[in-house]
Structures are given as C-alpha cells and as structure tokens.
Design a protein around this ligand. Structure first.
Ligand SMILES: [Zn+2]
Length: 111
C-alpha cells in the first residue's frame, strides 16, 4: 500500500510503499511529497478505515498527486466497467487538473 509520511519533525513529506526486503516487510521511499498532498491524502483516507485500500494517481500526466481508494472501487473502474461496457475512467485529483488535461487534449476530444 502507498502511504504518505511526515519526517524531520513534520517538515518533510514522502510517498512510501510497502516492500519485502530480506523477508521483512518495510517501507521504501518513492518520492518527495508536499504538505498539500499529505493533507489531502489523509483526509481522503479518513472514513475509509477497515477497507482494503490502494492508491491511484491523478490522470493528468504533469501531476503526481495520489489519493487512497478502496480496492473494490479501483477494480470497478479499471476492470469491471471496461469488461462490461468498454468504459475507461480516469481519476483526477482536482477540477484544475481535469481542466488542464482537457485543454491539452482538446484537439483530439472535439468531434
Ligand atoms: Zn492532479
């Protein structure tokens, strides 16, 4: 599972993931994060306790924002809906990213 941790007395933020090293479960740093991403990640995680969570990243290629999502919901979006309806769904972290991506894609999106 992906998580975002605070370090150095809460001044620095890092995305970490669970890995198995020498038979031991440990956290590996993926990249630096930000206070904004930390707060939004953990706010989204609240209310999802006791669920099997995974993470999904913003669909806008210029954005690294991660958000936790129940695995069942990710399975629905990424497997069940494509199988049933050939429907592919992207998740954006914000309306701002959705708009920016649609702007980048406007030449192919217009019919
Ligand atoms: Zn984003």
């Amino acid at each position: 599972m992906i998580d975002i941790q605070r370090r150095n007395g809460g001044k620095d933020f890092y995305v970490v993931k669970d890995v198995i090293k020498n038979g031991k479960r440990t956290k590996e740093t993926v990249r630096k994060s930000s206070k904004e991403e930390y707060n939004s990640f953990h706010a989204a995680k609240n209310g999802l306790e006791n669920m099997d969570l995974t993470a999904i990243s913003c669909a806008f290629p210029e954005c690294d924002m991660l958000r936790p999502i129940p695995r069942e919901q990710k399975r629905l979006l990424k497997t069940v809906l494509p199988q049933r309806y050939k429907q592919f769904t992207d998740i954006y972290c914000s309306q701002k990213c959705r708009n920016a991506h649609e702007q980048d894609l406007k030449t192919v999106l217009k019919e």
